[in-house]
Design a protein around this ligand. Sequence first.
Ligand SMILES: C[S@@+](CC[C@H](N)C(=O)[O-])C[C@H]1O[C@@H](n2cnc3c(N)ncnc32)[C@H](O)[C@@H]1O
Length: 303
Amino acid sequence: MDYKTITRSLYLKQHSRISDNDKTFNRIFGIYKDQNYGLGDKWFKNKIVLDAGCGNFGALTVRLSKLGCHSVYACDLGKKWIKPMRKSLKKRGVNLKNIKLKDGDILKLNYPKNFFDFVANNGVLPHLKNKNEIKRGFAEGAKVCKKGGYYFTSFGVSGGLVQSVIFPAVRNFYNTNKKFKKFIDNLNHKEISKILSFIVQNSKKNKGPKLDINYLKEMFSEDFCVFLHNHIQAPYWLTNECTKEFIIKMYKANGFTNIKRIKKFVKRTDIRKYFAPLHFERENKVSKILYGQGYMQFIAQKK
Ligand SMILES: C[S@@+](CC[C@H](N)C(=O)[O-])C[C@H]1O[C@@H](n2cnc3c(N)ncnc32)[C@H](O)[C@@H]1O
């Protein structure tokens, strides 16, 4: 199986779980709920937009539709995602008439040049094989964006202890240790609950500290499983390569101006809520150690 097929089949499962779990969907949708990329909500009215590499729970597609876009085009690899995506959008009250879903690879987008008012490439480019592919994928999105239109790209955290040391080691263990791979692949909130119950009971049995099972379940919820799967399973995770300098260079090389980095506080509900302030305040010295350059999200205008 080629790496793209593996990537897509992993996300098909991950995204179906997000779509089926309203709490997790709503937590992720919360990231987009008031997001307008500094353009103002009204800007999106009647615009033609693209969500490239949209996945199959569609939080961003839902948001773009609710902003009143004329049409929201969305693509991802293959066709298996289209049915669950439609189901997810329908469940969230989206009018499917304005939504155009089709099979599409971000390395070769099949839309007219200079067509979209707004193009989103949200967490997709780091899943390509190398920096050359990332440059090609970036250029495809830039090509279908209209002159005067906006191109939003989101990459993830670049550098720091978490992304450049801890997760590469965890991914390496996942790829080399069959038992760990099976454990991660089968992990869900029920499995985590069983582990937590074992820990709490054994602490009690051995006269250790009294542990609060409900609190622990909240900290290691379905949201936490989704986070682990997202960070561990994908064949390629090139967020460290996508530095601020690399991304700005790509925007400039593709004729963009007005390049702005986007910063947003993400409200977490699981254990990550204790790290969210550090994630957000990039200049803090501990943030720099943990997250390097921080989360990379940019928007820019095509000249
Ligand atoms: C982390 S998910 C992000 C999904 C969605 N953009 C979101 O923000 O919820 C990465 C997505 O990129 C898609 N993807 C990876 N490589 C792709 C490619 N070459 N063309 C189109 N989509 C791709 C995957 O199938 C997956 O749905």
